[in-house]
Design a protein around this ligand. Structure first.
Ligand code: ATP
Length: 394
């Protein structure tokens, strides 16, 4: 059960609603022969995410599949968030750095399994062999409202978990990991993903076999820009996936996957959408670098009095620079991404475009250990050890 009392302070309305929704969901799966409730993963102000496991009644699968079920808290606020998330994820399906949607329902009430003992027997028999996520929606038919089933990202938790662990251990991320995150993760890949449709959400919900690495150059010319802004890019909404030895850019450092599109929105211009996403990413990078400050927005001055909101990672005017190990190119790129300097049309002049960010973060991510001041901390071996400690050791 949710330990609402674990949070600092008394439980608020969303904690109480989450406890009630978790109880409903547990009850739904008590009777299910195909899926079981494993644990609650977390909740926000509008939704709850829980982990389900394939019961595999015939014991024919080597790995019991696990999936995430998201449901609204139904407290009356933000009831559109889940349908909005479903719509965005359907469009982005097939992109590698975006969580994969497996099944969705606008209202589970209408997903009642057909009555009749033969039908129900057949459903159980077929389910025992294949057990597709549609069966989960049927198990929910006693409830009402939307539901979405997502691929479970079984890796090292969220970037927020990582920041908390680093803080407790007094650790810092080496430049090569920071560059790799900046490149792979949202900037280049997930932000590029949000400019065009994924391989799709067709009638057949077959699992997408090969997720595609995103790049703005892969966007078909005849396809309009999606202009999708995530709206809530932050450490808690970026999950650390498993390592993928077969993909060169995730050979050493795992892939990051963006979740929670409940606050996503379509923006009026291509640049506007890309800029919103890149700004969220730049703040996230600040959170990974300066662990002392929760609020990452801080004004500072760079180049001839221009202002940036990347104040938390700037060197001090005098005294010791605690971030002296930081690659000056990385510090510069984040500083420019949060630049406040505008021209007379109120356009940010110094903020790099998505295309430019792709190029610059790719160059950064390919730098060897010898390019940095603390070479020992930047070797493959040191990075592997640190990751084991931070992501995978409990
Ligand atoms: N696909 C997934 N794989 C693994 N963990 C997940 C997945 N989706 C969600 N989670 C976990 O569940 C938590 C809650 O999920 P999510 O942020 O999507 O819910 P939410 O109700 O929209 O929260 P918020 O209101 O804070 O945005 C996440 O912080 C994450 O730890």
């Amino acid at each position: 059960m949710f330990q609402a009392s674990d949070a600092s302070g008394p439980p608020d309305a969303s904690d109480l609603a989450a406890i009630a929704r978790e109880r409903d969901l547990r009850e739904c799966f008590l009777e299910s022969e195909l899926w079981e409730f494993e644990k609650a993963l977390g909740h926000g102000t509008y939704g709850i995410a829980v982990l389900l496991r394939d019961r595999d009644p015939l014991r024919i699968r080597r790995h019991k599949r696990r999936v995430v079920l998201k449901r609204p808290l139904e407290t009356g606020n933000n009831v559109d968030d889940l349908p909005r998330e479903i719509e965005a994820l359907q469009r982005l399906r097939g992109h590698s750095h975006i969580v994969q949607i497996l099944e969705a329902s606008e209202n589970v009430k209408y997903a009642q399994p057909r009555a009749g003992r033969t039908t129900s027997f057949l459903r159980r028999a077929v389910g025992a062999f294949t057990n597709p996520p549609q069966n989960i929606i049927k198990d929910l038919s006693g409830l009402r409202g939307p539901a979405v089933i997502l691929d479970y990202i079984d890796g090292g938790g969220s970037l927020e978990d990582l920041v908390i662990k680093m803080y407790d251990l007094g650790a810092r991320l080496p430049n090569r990991m920071l560059w790799s995150f900046y490149y792979c993760f949202q900037v280049v890949r997930a932000c590029a993903a949000m400019t065009y449709r994924g391989s799709g959400w067709g009638k057949r919900r077959a699992r997408v076999r090969k997720l595609r690495l995103e790049d703005t150059r892969n966007k078909p010319d005849d396809e309009p820009h999606l202009r999708l802004a995530h709206g809530d890019i932050a450490c808690r909404n970026v999950m650390i996936g498993p390592r993928e030895p077969g993909v060169p850019e995730h050979r050493l450092v795992p892939k990051l996957v963006l979740i929670d599109f409940g606050m996503s929105q379509y923006v009026g211009t291509n640049w506007g959408a890309e800029n919103m996403n890149l700004t969220g990413v730049a703040y996230t990078m600040c959170s990974l670098i300066n662990l002392d400050l929760w609020d990452q927005e801080k004004l500072a001055v760079y180049d001839d009095g221009k202002q940036t909101l990347a104040g938390t990672i700037q060197p001090p005017a005098s005294g010791v620079d605690r971030l002296a190990y930081l690659d000056p190119d990385l510090r510069r790129l984040i500083t420019l991404s949060l630049s406040q300097y505008t021209d007379h049309n109120m356009r940010y002049v110094d903020r790099p475009s998505l295309q430019n960010m792709l190029r610059r973060t790719r160059i950064g991510a390919n730098k060897p250990a010898s390019a940095f001041s603390d070479i020992v901390a930047e070797t493959d071996e040191s990075i592997r050890q640190l990751m084991q400690q931070l992501f995978y050791d409990t």
